[in-house]
Ligand binder design. Structure first.
Ligand code: TXA
Ligand code: MG
Length: 316
């Protein structure tokens, strides 16, 4: 499992590994993904095995852009509008899968829909160009754990399992893509993520329906048990105990914690999203009895951050 700086040469090697049916971890603007050739069910099975992920979770297929995406899925006007507005970028679209897509059924867990996204990251785009294969890639963590936002996190999570880990530095966004289903007239928000709900609603000129938490075909990103550190979380903390670690937000931070990391001293939810998983991972390793989490305003990316924090708190 070499961790390799993402040079042209390393990207070419990664493309060869994908073509041979191996898995490769690579950076995107959201989090690191564990990629496999989406046309090769055996390669995709290695992704599920590495993540120890339940089989029924469908994967996002990464493409260079809209032209490639249209060969795998049926876009209506709404889907095209969203792709034009947000691609390349952290929006995944769940669309009707084309019968001739050639995508392995394992990728979509047998559903007749497929999740597609064009990542906005130079290394991810270079890898897509070098392989010219569709890359199925979930976040490169073991199932139910925090998403990795640095190459070293991937190595911690998956060890020797990927054939290669391409190191492109820390992820700029730090939180997973927003997932929107566009299979009928009314688009449905399946997972809060790096594109704020308001930004999508502004482009569409309508409010987004939100999928029921436990709807059967909903995005499993909605499962309550998800994104979990080992240490219990105490949300909405206004003070902190000496044996606790503190996940802070804003400029007025209680003192006395065993260790404190501030998601954004400036109180900026976008900066906070970027730091969220790395900070949780670090505080999880601090030996604290609990991680106290200061309140984060529930607007913009704060909505997605609070969603992840609630799941992490419930997961125990
Ligand atoms: O930012 C991201 O989206 C990262 C990077 C690597 O691109 N990927 C990621 O993948 O978070 P993953 O597998 O951890 O999450 C994919 C989400 C899951 O909630 C999954 O259930 C949903 O997308 N999904 C995928 N295909 C779907 C489908 N056909 N219908 C409904 N939900 C789907
Ligand atoms: Mg994930």
């Amino acid at each position: 499992m070499p961790v390799l700086p993402a040079t042209d040469d390393a990207i070419a090697q990664a493309a060869q590994a994908l073509a041979r049916g191996e898995t490769v971890a690579f950076p995107t603007e959201t989090v690191y993904g564990l990629g496999a050739n989406a046309r090769n069910a055996e390669a995709v099975a290695k992704v599920f095995a590495a993540k120890e992920r339940p089989r029924f979770n469908p994967l996002i297929v990464h493409v260079p852009g809209l032209a490639a995406a249209e060969t795998y899925a049926a876009f209506n006007d709404t889907a095209r509008t969203l792709a034009h507005a947000f691609w390349p970028g952290p929006l995944s679209l769940v669309l009707p899968k084309r019968p001739d897509s050639g995508i392995a059924d394992l990728v979509t867990a047998g559903l007749d829909t497929i999740a597609l996204r064009a990542p906005n990251h130079a290394v991810a785009q270079a890898l897509l160009a070098a392989t010219s294969l569709p890359i199925a890639a979930p976040s490169a963590n073991r199932s139910g754990r925090l998403s990795p936002t640095e190459a070293a996190h991937v190595a911690q999570e998956l060890g020797e399992r990927p054939a290669m880990i391409l190191d492109g530095g820390p992820c700029a966004r730090g939180i997973e893509s927003t997932v929107v289903r566009v299979t009928g007239d009314a688009p449905v928000l399946l997972r809060l993520g790096a594109v704020p709900r308001e930004a999508i609603e502004a482009v569409l000129g309508r409010t987004l329906a939100v999928a029921e938490e436990d709807a059967p075909i909903a995005s499993p990103g909605q499962l309550e048990r998800h994104y979990a550190p080992q240490t219990p979380l105490r949300l909405d903390a206004k003070d902190v105990e000496a044996d606790e670690a503190l996940l802070a937000f804003g400029s007025s931070v209680p003192t006395g914690a065993r260790q404190t990391l501030n998601l954004s001293a400036a109180g900026d939810p976008t900066e906070a999203a970027t730091n969220l998983f790395a900070a949780l991972r670090a505080l999880d390793q601090s030996g604290a009895s609990a991680i106290a989490v200061m309140p984060i305003p529930d607007h913009g990316l704060g909505e997605a951050i609070n969603d992840r924090l609630r799941r992490a708190a419930k997961a125990r």
